[in-house]
Design a protein around this ligand. Structure first.
Ligand code: PLP
Length: 384
């Protein structure tokens, strides 16, 4: 199997597995218990919090453990928008966000009287910072813009966005799920940022929210006083230990690894472009995660291509894995104003730590066979 879907999820790295095992086997205590077994589990959480805080250069109490990025994004968007507000208020985001942000904001819009400004994205996937600045109003409470898009890899100008928000006194959340372990992450410019362990070689079902200290947030779940009353529920001790170990493992090699993946990604593009010169890259190729290649094969539909790739042993995606099973065209590509036939023919290849040059060569050859097969089928039908 050739796995080219690292933006959907990554395999668990060995240090994460090793860090988790003691808490799956021997140290099963509840971290809220005051006895020795509980203290062991609490120590693992404290240790993981310290490691993540030191990697991100933030204070340990600015890390809130969650069940993953969906929960982190929901907590940030709902919790900050609702804070200290009567009903209503104004929030700004963009049309190409992940559904973890999109649907949370739509809920505020439909059911809680909030007004949401949905910024456009340009054809290259970029948010227009002038449109953002012009959209801020006295009652604007929150801006939420993702740092890099999971489907196209397009990187947003977060520093400029942050400067505008800061100058206007508006809180800024960023979905940083796709950048951790791939780029230098600077959370000092935002007020809140969401992360998921399984995107950086940690376990699934665990993540965290960076929340600037001193900021109050309305919890979105109700229960115990865990995580400084910001997120109730017994913590996923093994997951949290694994996440911190993965973060420590992925960070030091990041620069070298991204250069390697960029070369492989460009090699794949060159191979595909030779086979199918009509292929088009989606999103700004100069401001893109170095592991991501989103291509449209106009004339063929994504589902057919992905099934054919799967039969050839290549795992890729048409965009967000959360939309699997649905044949809707990518909302991200449509938000960029791409024609429907381009959105419906898109395939995302995303590379990672274990992608090799041999795999890229084999994936390129698989695409060539598939295109030749689909073309010869088309010409048979044309003759018939
Ligand atoms: N945000 C982005 C950019 C993502 O890529 C994902 C996952 O695909 C999420 C949020 C949601 O992550 P999870 O499914 O781990 O909650």
């Amino acid at each position: 199997m050739i796995y080219l879907d690292y933006n959907a999820t990554t395999p668990l790295c060995e240090p994460a597995r090793e860090a988790m095992l003691p808490y799956l086997e021997r140290h099963f205590g509840n971290p809220s218990s005051v006895h020795a077994a509980g203290r062991e589990a609490r120590a693992a959480i404290d240790n993981a919090r310290d490691k993540l805080a030191s990697l991100l250069k933030v204070k340990p109490n600015e890390i809130v453990f969650t069940s993953g990025a969906t929960e982190s994004c929901n907590l940030a968007v709902l919790g900050l928008a609702r804070c200290r507000m009567e009903r209503g208020g104004h929030v700004i985001s963009n049309k190409a966000e992940h559904h973890a942000v999109l649907n949370a904001l739509e809920h505020l819009e439909k059911h809680e009287g909030f007004d949401v400004t949905w910024l456009d994205v340009a054809k290259n996937g970029m948010v227009d910072v002038d449109q953002l600045a012009a959209s801020i109003r006295p009652e604007t409470r929150l801006v939420s813009i993702m740092s890099a898009n999971n489907e196209t890899g397009v990187i947003q100008p977060m520093r400029e966005i942050a400067q505008i928000c800061r100058a206007r006194g508006v809180l800024l959340h960023s979905d940083m799920v796709q950048v951790f372990g791939k780029m230098d992450v600077d959370v000092s410019m935002v007020d809140a940022a969401s992360f998921a362990a399984h995107k950086f070689y940690g376990p699934k079902g665990v993540g965290f929210l960076f929340l600037r200290s001193g900021l109050s947030i309305e919890p979105i779940m109700f229960g115990g006083s865990h995580e400084n009353e910001r997120r109730p529920g017994t913590e996923n001790v093994a997951g949290i230990a694994g996440m911190a170990a993965a973060a420590e493992w992925v960070e030091p090699e990041r620069g070298k690894e991204q250069e390697r993946q960029k070369q492989l990604r460009d090699d794949l593009w060159n191979r595909i472009a030779k086979t199918f010169p009509e292929a088009q890259q989606n999103g700004d190729v100069t401001r893109c995660l170095s592991n991501t290649l989103n291509l449209s094969f106009v004339g063929f539909d994504s589902e057919t291509l992905l099934m054919a790739l799967d039969l050839e042993g290549v795992c890729a995606s048409s965009g967000s894995a959360c939309m699997v099973g649905s044949v809707v065209a990518s909302h991200v590509l449509l938000a960029m104003g791409l024609p429907i036939e381009r959105a419906r023919s898109a395939v995302r290849f995303s590379l990672g730590k274990w992608t090799t040059a041999d795999e890229i060569e084999a994936a390129g050859a698989a695409v060539k066979r598939i295109i030749q097969r689909l073309r010869s089928r088309e010409s048979q039908y044309a003759v018939a």
